[in-house]
Write a protein that binds this ligand. Structure first.
Ligand SMILES: Nc1ncnc2c1ncn2[C@@H]1O[C@H](COP(=O)(O)OP(=O)(O)O)[C@@H](O)[C@H]1O
Ligand SMILES: [Mg+2]
Length: 315
């Protein structure tokens, strides 16, 4: 992988099979220093399997991995000293305090950061002597981040770091990741939250069923949809549109595609004014009562819907 040697994280042609299931079906990715590569996809897309191969925790059936220019096969100990890993679920020793937990992780490395420095980094100084089981979800997650940062890594792997956290706790995690990026680190982050991907990822790989379905910067990916806006509406309880009606909507002036998703209707639109006008006319002609008509600029979620016909979250 000569061309990728300069990137701290690089992988080509990754494949991982579990029996008949191909969980990862040929993924290429690269993360630059000082940036975050987001791996965005629904549950079961193969994100954890991919990140665990990069972390050296699972071996690929096919493909090559280079971390900081080294390979797991020949230099596992050298890689481990220089990376930080936060697993999708971290189990701590409940009886240990926060600082004891960090000291334990620090003992795994030759040149760890001082524990008080890590406590400050993840905003847990005031919780230093608290037992792990006394922490809130957000505090636990920051402790997991602290454990991943205890060796001052150059590369950070985060698997769904904010799942289950409230908005404020999520923002604190995001700030720590942004600080790590600013200091020149490379981050690989998996998430099924498009807002997290939009906020943190400089580059994005969208995956579904183990395959890359879109890649680029978030704005590039959204632009690739070539949609001006999304028009949404709902119908009164109990009423639905049939396939023929949906096809009629898809053929209206300004409309590219019409979808029925999760109880609501979505129009991908390339001329918002024309589409709204023709939609209102169609609703009147067909005697359909629509509620909550609204429009929004396309998001990463809309790209995912457009490519797969399903939402990120429900998938
Ligand atoms: N150890 C395993 N044995 C069998 N199937 C697995 C194993 N790990 C993951 N899978 C399957 O591989 C697919 C991808 O899983 P995973 O990488 O955990 O996805 P994600 O992290 O995107 O939710 C899923 O269908 C999952 O059930
Ligand atoms: Mg996962």
């Amino acid at each position: 992988m000569a061309s990728s040697v300069l990137h701290p994280i690089a992988a080509r042609g990754l494949v991982r099979r579990f029996g008949d299931l191909t969980a990862v079906a040929g993924i290429d990715l690269e993360a630059r220093a000082g940036s975050c590569l987001g791996l965005l996809g629904p549950n079961g897309a193969g994100k954890t399997t991919t990140i665990e191969m990069l972390e050296g925790l699972q071996s690929p059936d096919e493909g090559e991995i280079s971390i900081l220019g080294r390979s797991w096969a020949t230099d596992a100990a050298g890689i481990r000293e220089r990376i930080g890993v936060q697993l999708q679920e971290t189990s701590f020793q409940d009886k240990l305090s926060v600082q004891e937990t960090l000291s334990l992780f620090a003992s795994f490395y030759r040149r760890p950061r001082p524990v008080p420095e890590v406590l400050a980094l993840v905003n847990l100084t005031e919780k230093a002597t608290a037992r792990v089981h006394q922490l809130s979800g957000g505090q636990r997650q920051r402790l997991a981040l602290g454990c991943a940062l205890v060796n001052a890594p150059e590369v950070l792997f985060l698997d769904e770091p904010t799942t289950g956290l409230d908005p404020q706790a999520r923002r604190r995690v995001w700030e720590i990741v942004e600080e790590f990026k600013r200091a020149g680190g490379a981050v690989l982050l998996t998430t099924h939250y498009m807002d997290e991907a939009e906020r943190l990822a400089d580059d994005l790989v969208i995956v579904d069923h183990g395959k890359v379905i879109a890649r680029g910067t978030p704005p590039e990916i959204i632009r690739s949809l070539a949609v001006e806006s999304i028009v949404e509406f709902s119908l009164a309880e109990g009423s639905t549109l049939d396939a023929g009606q949906l096809a009629e909507l898809g053929g209206l002036p300004g409309v590219i595609e019409a979808r029925n998703l999760a109880g609501g209707y979505l129009l991908e639109v390339d001329d918002t004014r024309a589409a709204l006008g023709s939609l209102i006319g169609w609703l009147e002609r067909s005697g359909t009562v629509a509620t909550d008509i609204g429009t929004h600029r396309p998001t990463l979620e809309d790209v995912f819907v457009s490519l797969t016909g399903k939402h990120l979250r429900e998938a």
